[in-house]
Design a binder for this molecule. Structure first.
Ligand code: AMP
Ligand code: ZN
Length: 118
């Protein structure tokens, strides 16, 4: 079964690139939930955090270095931004290639969870 984000990585599916290096690729979310909404994926396909092991856990550092670069490139580092991983069905994961959402560009991003407002 094909993976949409692997297809984006290969260029078979178009995306709006924000950043890339030899480990990760970042692109605009097609359905943005904030003025800045970027996804960071590792080039190595991993379903989600459930597949992390001592052998592949370095990928999280590589992803989060990418997150930091995306925050700087988009300018959301100045006021702050939210980082989200939807891990598994209950969290709403629909693309089964581990990815980090970066959300920002608002003065106040609101409560952390809409089902549990502050
Ligand atoms: P998740 O619930 O964490 O699995 O979120 C998947 C995210 O991928 C959603 O925010 C979608 O809007 C986004 N998405 C789906 N297809 C594309 C695409 N072709 N290009 C960019 N973002 C996409
Ligand atoms: Zn994939």
């Amino acid at each position: 079964m094909g993976c949409l984000f692997c297809n984006i990585l290969s260029g078979a599916t178009p995306s709006e690139k924000v950043y890339e290096d030899d480990k990760v690729f970042a692109f605009k979310d097609i359905n943005p939930q904030a003025p800045v909404h970027v996804l960071v994926v590792h080039r190595v396909h991993t379903k989600n955090l459930d597949e992390l092991t001592a052998d592949n856990s370095a990928m999280m550092g590589e992803i989060f270095l990418g997150v930091k670069d995306v925050a700087r490139i988009t300018g959301v580092d100045k006021k702050g931004y939210r980082v989200i991983i939807n891990n598994g069905a209950a969290a709403g994961q629909v693309i089964w290639h581990l990815h980090v959402h970066i959300l920002g560009g608002e003065e106040d991003l609101g409560p952390m969870l809409s089902i549990r407002p502050n």
